[in-house]
Design a protein. Structure first.
Lengths: 192, 108
C-alpha cells in the first residue's frame, strides 16, 4: 500500500500518521489501566493493597533493624538475637540424663557425649577393637587372670555392651585354657 | 478494499465535509486492524510500558486520585481524564521511538 498518490497530503500525513496512530494505541492502553484502577477503587481493593504495602515496608524495616542489632549481638558474646528479637545462648544448656550411661549431660554437649558413650567415636572404636583383639589373643594363648583384671579396671567404658561380651569371652577363654592346661589323666578301664 | 470494510453508517452531511486526510486515516486504521497489526502493536506497547514501570506509575496516580475524591464514587471518565495528560507525557522516548518505527515500517 503506498501513499505516493496524494502528493501534498501524503507528506504531512506521513509524519503525522504514525504519531496519531501511536496516540490512539496509548489512549486505549490508558483506558485499560484506568478501568482496572476504577474497579479496584470501587471494590475497595486499593485499601487492601495499601495495607499490604505498609506491612511489607514495616517488616522490611524491622528486619533491617534486627540485622544491625544481630551483628552487634554476635560480636558481644554467645547470646544471639533472631528475627523475632528473642535471645538464646549459642550452646543449649538444658540438662538431662543420658539414657545409655546415666550421666547428667548438657543438651549442647549431648551429641559428642553419645559418640563416646555408644562407641561410635574414634577413641571408643579403637578401644573396642583393641579389647576384641586382646580377647582373641588371650583365648588362644591362655593368659592369666591378672592381665584380664588389669585391663578391665583401666577401661573407661563401664556399661558398654561390647566390653561385657568381651568379658564373657575372656571368662570362657580362661576357663578353657585352665582346663586344657590341666594334666590329662588317662583312665584305663582294663587295668584292674 | 471498500468491499471488505465494515464502516459504521455515516450521514450524508458527514460524507460531504469529510477531510480526505481523515478518510485516508480511516483507511489505514482499518488496514491495521484487519491485518492484526494493530493488536500486535498495542500488545507490544503495553509490554514495553509495563517493563519500564509506566503502568505502575499510572496505577499509583489513579489510586491516589480516587482516594482523594472518594474512592467509592469515582467515575471511570474522571479517572481517564485525570491521568491521560500525565500518561501521554511520561511515556519514555525509547518506547515511543520503537513503536513509531514499527508503525512507519508497516505503512511503508
Amino acid at each position: 500500500m503506498s501513499l505516493s498518490d496524494d502528493e501534498n497530503d501524503s507528506m504531512s500525513l506521513n509524519s503525522q500518521l504514525p504519531a496519531h496512530l501511536f496516540g490512539d494505541l496509548l489512549d486505549s492502553i490508558i483506558i485499560d489501566v484506568a478501568s482496572e484502577c476504577h474497579r479496584a477503587a470501587r471494590l475497595g481493593l486499593d485499601r487492601n493493597l495499601e495495607l499490604e504495602e505498609e506491612e511489607m515496608r514495616l517488616s522490611a524495616e524491622a528486619r533491617a533493624m534486627v540485622v544491625d542489632a544481630t551483628n552487634n549481638g554476635e560480636v558481644n558474646g554467645k547470646y544471639i538475637v533472631d528475627i523475632f528479637g528473642q535471645t538464646h545462648p549459642s550452646i543449649a544448656n538444658d540438662i538431662f540424663e543420658c539414657m545409655n550411661c546415666g550421666q547428667s549431660i548438657m543438651a549442647g554437649r549431648f551429641a559428642p557425649h553419645l559418640e563416646k558413650c555408644m562407641g561410635k567415636g574414634r577413641k571408643a572404636r579403637l578401644k573396642a577393637r583393641r579389647s576384641s583383639r586382646l580377647a582373641q589373643n588371650r583365648s588362644a594363648r591362655g593368659s592369666s587372670v591378672s592381665v584380664h583384671s588389669q585391663y578391665s579396671s583401666t577401661s573407661q567404658l563401664s556399661n558398654n555392651t561390647p566390653v561385657r561380651i568381651m568379658k564373657k569371652m575372656n571368662d570362657f577363654g580362661e576357663r578353657f585354657s585352665a582346663e586344657i592346661s590341666k594334666p590329662i589323666h588317662l583312665v584305663n578301664p582294663l587295668v584292674p | 478494499m471498500s468491499g471488505t470494510l465494515n464502516r459504521p453508517p455515516t450521514t450524508e452531511a458527514e460524507d460531504v465535509h469529510e477531510d480526505p486526510d481523515l478518510t485516508l486515516q480511516r483507511i489505514i486504521n482499518a488496514k491495521l486492524v484487519e491485518s492484526g497489526e494493530k493488536e500486535l502493536l498495542k500488545e507490544l506497547l503495553r509490554e514495553r510500558l509495563i517493563e519500564c514501570g509506566w503502568s505502575d506509575e499510572m496505577k499509583k496516580h489513579c489510586l491516589s486520585f480516587a482516594r482523594k475524591n472518594g474512592s467509592n464514587n469515582v467515575t471511570l471518565e474522571d479517572l481517564i481524564n485525570a491521568i491521560t495528560p500525565k500518561g501521554r507525557a511520561s511515556v519514555p522516548d525509547s518506547v515511543k521511538e520503537e513503536l513509531l518505527q514499527r508503525i512507519r515500517s508497516f505503512l511503508a
